[in-house]
Structures are given as structure tokens and as C-alpha cells.
Design a protein around this ligand. Structure first.
Ligand SMILES: *Cc1c(COP(=O)(O)O)cnc(C)c1O
Length: 356
């Protein structure tokens, strides 16, 4: 039986993605070859890649003048590639938790980092307000903080190229891509399996590469833009899986529908957390993520943590143990998470509270 999966990443994927990847592992179309075997230079794989790129452009509404890349290395490699390519003297970063802290650490190797806002002093429990300065090479934000459970839903205007880590909320709402010079993320939170990183990059950002810096070939964005992700062997199976998820998103009505579902799921959990006598939300209202919902036991009940995890496990709920830096629990409610999954979780919370 399929579990109710609330993993933070790798995450639950649509049944359609799993079924079609399984079929392609046995045979890709009528090629007589598995997707594991087919040459990345073959027309058969080229068609898979092109469909993934085109669906991404269509679903997200990516305007002309942008390239879509599927690379290896995870979002974490982007933390270093971004400053390596674009940080000449100074960059602005918003610090909203673990992942942006990691991005800042890498940027500091290449220049000055202006942390324009941070919610660190308050345990990253809200999304801070900020103004993007114009005297920096670029600004970097993390739209959804997977660990802390905060999210910003606005696409901000910026006087400098705006770069966004959208690892964990990509394709969960309509986005005005034109506001960004680059959007990137690991696919394993909302689009596909681990092992492929998506990069949506405005082509004219490439003109801003630090001119007098030696950048290894694989770490240059231009290498991958020029070769359309085929400079080296791309993660073929993962790209296939992303394509399937994008097909699924499109078939359901696109990002408006993903957003409607995300709001429905998140509201159901936050409402329960607000009214529960046993559980409470961590994040302040106004900053609450629709994708990752950390929650704690109310004061005096902390000792029940292990018991609730076992209680949930017995109901086929997996992945709700909180991140070690926050504790308690975290429900990750990505695109493929169904309202039925959420109902099972909320019912478990209610039954557990009634028991205590
Ligand atoms: C998971 C995550 C990362 C790291 O992704 P990897 O692909 O594991 O390197 C970076 N940023 C955010 C927001 C994440 O959720």
C-alpha cells in the first residue's frame, strides 16, 4: 500500500510520473532501449529533453530570452556557481535560514556579501522585509525555506539582477519569471527525483560574467547554455521524470490549480494547528509556507513527540519528523501531496489530541 508521504525531499511524486518512468525504464517508447540505456545524443532522448524544456516554459510562462538548463550537482552547486560567475565586488543576500546561510557562505569566497535582511535573531520564524540596493552585482533570495517553513509569495521588482532559489516551491504557484534574472533549484522537492537541478537563466545575465576570472568549464553557465545542457551527459532519467511531472501539472490545469491545491492543503493543516490543544504552528502568520509546515507540541506536552511519530506511522504517515534544527514535526505538502493525505494527517492529530 502506498503511504501518506510528507517527506521534505526527495518528495512524493505523482503516480503518473512513477508509472511512466517505470515503463520508460523497461523501454523508452518503441526504441527497444531503456531510458537508462539510450544515448543522450540520440533523437529519442533529444525529444524527451526538448519536451521537458518546452513544458517548463509553457507551465511557468517563461518569456523569450531565457534558457532552461537541467544540470547535476544539486541546488548546492548553484550556491557556488552563482558568485563564481557573477560576483565581482558585492552581492545582496536575504538570510532566511539554513539554505540561504549556505548560499551566503559560498558567496563570501568571491566578494563582499551585504545581508540586506535576516530573521536569524528570531529563529527564522518569519520572512523579513527588505529593499534591494542598486550598488550590488545581484541580489539573492530563497522563496521558500524548506527547513524553517517560511515563504514569500511576491515576485519583487529589483534594480539589479534578482536570483532566486525556488527549490521547494517551484511550480506551486504562478510566478512572474520576468522579474528574475535566474531561478534555480533541486528538482527533488516538487518536480522529480534527486539528481537534477533546474536553472532558468536570462540570457543577458551571461553578459555580466566576471571577465577576468578563470572559471572552470563545467562551472560556467555559458557552457551549459551554449550546449543546451548537453555539454556533458545530463541526468537523463531524471529529466524524463521532470517531463512527466510537468505533463501532469499541465493536464490538471497548470500552476493556478497547483496553487489552489497548495492553499487548500496548507489551510487545512494550519487551521488544525491553530485550534489544536496539543499542537501549535512554529511560523508567524503572513510568512507561513504552503509547502513545508513545521509544528510543535504545545508547552508541557513535549514528551509526547515519539509517541505521536509512532501513532502517525501506524496510520501509514511517513516523513513528518521535524528537521533537527527546529525539532517537533514537519509536514511537507508538495504538489503531489493529496488532500486525502492531509486529511489522514489532520485526523491523526485530532485523534491523538483527544487521547491526551
Ligand atoms: C533542498 C534545498 C537545497 C539543497 O538542494 P540540493 O539539491 O540537495 O543541493 C537548497 N535550497 C533549498 C531551498 C532547498 O530546499
Amino acid at each position: 500500500m502506498r503511504k501518506h508521504i510528507f517527506n521534505a525531499g526527495p518528495c512524493k511524486l505523482p503516480d503518473e510520473t512513477l508509472e511512466n518512468v517505470s515503463k520508460a525504464v523497461l523501454e523508452l517508447g518503441n526504441t527497444g532501449q531503456s531510458i537508462l540505456e539510450v544515448s543522450h545524443r540520440s533523437p529519442d532522448f533529444q525529444a524527451v529533453h526538448d519536451e521537458a524544456v518546452n513544458l517548463f516554459k509553457e507551465v511557468l510562462g517563461i518569456p523569450g530570452g531565457y534558457s532552461v538548463l537541467f544540470l547535476g550537482g544539486g541546488a548546492s552547486l548553484q550556491f557556488c556557481m552563482i558568485p563564481f560567475n557573477f560576483l565581482k565586488t558585492k552581492a545582496a543576500y536575504v538570510n532566511t535560514g539554513t539554505w540561504s546561510t549556505a548560499a551566503i557562505k559560498e558567496a563570501k569566497m568571491w566578494g563582499e556579501v551585504n545581508v540586506i535582511a535576516s530573521s536569524e535573531a528570531d529563529g527564522f520564524t518569519y520572512y523579513p522585509e527588505f529593499t534591494i540596493p542598486s550598488d550590488v552585482d545581484y541580489a539573492h533570495v530563497t522563496s521558500n525555506n524548506t527547513i524553517r517553513g517560511t515563504e514569500i509569495f511576491k515576485d519583487l521588482a529589483s534594480p539589479v539582477p534578482l536570483i532566486c532559489d525556488m527549490s521547494s516551491d517551484i511550480c506551486s504557484r504562478p510566478v512572474d519569471v520576468s522579474k528574475y534574472a535566474m531561478i534555480y533549484g533541486g528538482a527533488q522537492k516538487n518536480l522529480g527525483p534527486a539528481g537534477v537541478t533546474f536553472v532558468i537563466i536570462k540570457n543577458d545575465l551571461l553578459d555580466r560574467v566576471v571577465a577576468d576570472r578563470m572559471i572552470p568549464t563545467m562551472l560556467r553557465y555559458k557552457t551549459h547554455v551554449d550546449k543546451e545542457s548537453m555539454y556533458n551527459t545530463p541526468p537523463c532519467v531524471n529529466i524524463f521524470a521532470v517531463k512527466e511531472t510537468l505533463r501532469w501539472i499541465k493536464s490538471l490545469g497548470g500552476l493556478k490549480e497547483m496553487e489552489r491545491r497548495a492553499i487548500e492543503r496548507a489551510d487545512m493543516i494550519y487551521n488544525e494547528l491553530e485550534r489544536s490543544k496539543l499542537f501549535r504552528p512554529v511560523v508567524k502568520e503572513g510568512s507561513r509556507s504552503r509547502m513545508n509546515i513545521p509544528f510543535l507540541l504545545r508547552e508541557g506536552h513535549e514528551a509526547l513527540e515519539k509517541e505521536f511519530l509512532d501513532f502517525a506511522k501506524a496510520r501509514n504517515i511517513v516523513g513528518i519528523k521535524g528537521h533537527r534544527s527546529v525539532g517537533g514535526f514537519r509536514a511537507s505538502t508538495y504538489n503531489a501531496c493529496t488532500i486525502e493525505d492531509v486529511k489522514v494527517l489532520v485526523t491523526a492529530m485530532q485523534e491523538f489530541a483527544a487521547k491526551h
